[in-house]
Ligand binder design. Structure first.
Ligand code: PLP
Length: 383
């Protein structure tokens, strides 16, 4: 099957017991049994479900769907992207272990790694992943995991996953990739050697800005561990949230196709605008497209706050991947915990704006930004 077909048909692999075309929502906290002997079957691995925190058909559906599309043996869903990331990390690392992570991480992951993992006794070194020398030097005796993102936030650097996989293999450590920005429609990190892939299903998997969820994929061995961590941390996804995420997932490839083509057109149009200093948009992320996020740096004549007041129907939203085009301000959202110096080092300035491109008509999106540029008062640079 080709990707768009597979994207719609993945859940039907399961043998349907009933005639319902869609999967019912198993909105239940527990499952019933004929007798104690029947209940014992769960513990012998003969039955799949006992108690929803440990597993639920809707949650498994999301795990299975993501695994199918990522080309992995197994997937496990969690209550959020961060919960999924934590489950994957704890499946690979324990107290006393060390992780090497890219320095341009998603803000929430950065905080989790820099603060909370430390409290678990797991140490993380942050490096410039493009600087292979620095990556090599970061390895310690207790390093167990290399961690990065397929397309980074907000400057959209496309990670060399194959290259990192070779480094990970040479050091006998695992490679984990957050594939949220790319989705498996664009990039499938397992095919490039990643051991664990994580997603915030809150973004393109859900796709409609109405779900908070996450999922990790990989070998059954590692994902069973991640699933166990989720059950014990209590960060399981609710059946309804999982059902919504799967509903979203089925249209992921068509949404991505449209959003990527809109994003490419917008990036090209914004390149022509004199009031924009720089446009960040990946060049060769994948044969299917280069992602649905475009980041811009406004020219010195424009103030970002003032620009945000002239966007018309384009909303200010501190996240990405919805159906509607929106913008956010990385300085005060995803990169808020960072010092001014660290932000500058990463290239996030006072004029950096991240655009999440939606499914609207390409010309309306382009016109929306042209109008905002035209209406924002310009000031002569004071520097
Ligand atoms: C949003 C996001 C996360 C965190 O996901 P939540 O669902 O908010 O917990 C992790 N990584 C990336 C790249 C994200 O965009």
């Amino acid at each position: 099957m080709h990707f768009h077909t597979k994207n719609v048909h993945f859940p039907n692999k399961e043998k349907a017991a009933e005639v319902s075309k869609t999967k019912p929502i198993y909105q239940t906290s527990a499952f019933t049994f004929k007798d104690f002997e029947d209940m014992e079957q769960y513990f012998e691995g003969e039955k799949s479900y006992l108690y929803t925190r440990m597993g639920n058909p809707n949650s498994d559906d999301l795990g299975r769907g993501a695994a199918e599309l990522e080309g992995a043996e197994m997937g496990a869903a969690s209550a959020s992207g961060l919960a999924a990331i934590l489950s994957g990390v704890l499946a690979a690392a324990k107290q006393g272990d060390h992780i090497i992570a890219t320095q341009d991480l998603y803000g929430g992951t950065y905080s989790l790694f820099a603060n909370d993992l430390k409290d678990f006794g797991i140490e993380v070194s942050f490096v410039d992943m493009e600087d292979r020398e620095a990556v090599e030097q970061a390895f310690q005796e207790n390093t167990v995991l290399l961690y990065s993102e397929s397309i980074t936030n907000p400057l959209l650097r496309v990670e060399d996953i194959e290259g990192l996989s070779q480094v990970a293999m040479a050091h006998d450590v695992m490679l984990m990739i957050d594939n949220t920005f790319a989705t498996p429609y664009l990039i499938r990190p397992h095919e490039k050697g990643a051991d664990i892939v994580a997603h915030s299903a809150t973004k393109y998997i859900g796709g409609h800005s109405d779900v908070t969820g996450g999922v990790v994929t990989g070998s059954a061995e590692i994902i069973q561990k991640a699933k166990q961590k989720t059950a014990m941390l209590g960060s399981s996804i609710s059946p309804f949230e999982a059902w919504l995420a799967v509903r979203g997932l089925k249209t992921m490839s068509v949404r991505m196709q449209k959003q990527c083509s809109n994003a490419a057109a917008l990036a090209e149009a914004l390149e022509q605008e004199a009031l924009i200093k720089k446009v960040y948009y990946p060049k060769a992320a994948s044969p299917n497209g280069n992602g649905a996020v475009v980041t811009i740096e406004l020219g010195d004549q424009l103030d970002a706050g003032s620009f945000s007041k002239h966007l018309g129907w384009i909303k200010v939203v501190p996240t990405l991947a919805g159906l509607e085009t929106s913008v956010t301000y990385p300085k005060t959202t995803s990169h808020r915990p960072l010092s001014e110096e660290d932000r500058q080092k990463l290239g996030v300035t006072d004029r950096t704006i991240r655009i999440s491109v939606g499914i609207e008509d390409e010309r309306d999106i382009i016109d929306g930004f042209r109008k905002a540029l035209a209406e924002t008062p310009t000031a002569t640079s004071t520097s």
